[in-house]
Design a protein around this ligand. Sequence first.
Ligand code: PYC
Length: 310
Amino acid sequence: MKRIRVLDSHTGGEPTRLVLDGGPDLGTGPLDERVARFRQNFDAYRSAIVNEPRGSDTVVGALLVPPHRAGCEVGVIFFNNVGYLGMCGHGTIGLVASLAHLGRIRPGRVGLDTPVGAVEAELHADGRVSVANVPSFRKTKNFVARVPGFGDVRGDIAWGGNWFFLVAEHTLALKLTHLEALTDFTWRVRQAVNTQGHPEVDHVELFAPSPAAGAHSRNFVLCPGKAYDRSPCGTGTSAKLACLADDGKLAEGATWVQESVIGSRFEGRYRWLDRAKGEVAPVITGTAHIMAEATLHLDERDPFCWGIRA
Ligand code: PYC
């Protein structure tokens, strides 16, 4: 029997399952090499931790590992129902809130090593967490995807720690009552973008005005495994900030309030890194709540010990 100690939190409704002990030993070295080892040799752990019956399509796992990059105190590898994430904004907020809950950190700054770069988080005295994310940028403006059944869909391809296709021109209402239609549309858009020259894109983000006061925008984010992000998506908001900056629609240092389809919010702002390249340093702020401290039991007599997998 294997035992895995986890701490579950949610950030704006999106769950994070932090693995404290009992996860795979990925050895040492750069985190992009360790994530390759995770995928190659220990992928069953990913499934056991986040997939049904212990988890669900929405759970993002976070494996704590020793850092490699200088100046980082903690290393983390994020994963989901279908694979691995470069970075995860809501997951980082959940990780920091979880470390605070365990008494491992106090308000202040903590350097995090991730497979796609160093990230600096700040735990504020009131429990909010700010994440200075990896450099973010727009790769392609106004890419037009030909989507069967929907026609041409125009959007931007941008990096915020994961790859996104960001769409503002569409006719769908970003409401919880429309989840099926939103999922169907964004999934078809993703397939079209992937087959029409951009296989790297694994998240699709729709935007619309928010019906609530105080938010600049509402989004719907389709994650790689077809679940939608309950939070406003930290890496997706970083990609959005890069596009806003490049379009001259948001000033450096100004606050952008991004609301999710369930109404939870992140605040974002950016600093220019390289105007000519359109590269920004985004900071995302949000709050996480602890939900459970648990020990997962992996009993080989259980036919679904390693999760339900396709
Ligand atoms: O917050 O960056 C994020 C994220 C990515 C996938 C789910 N959440």
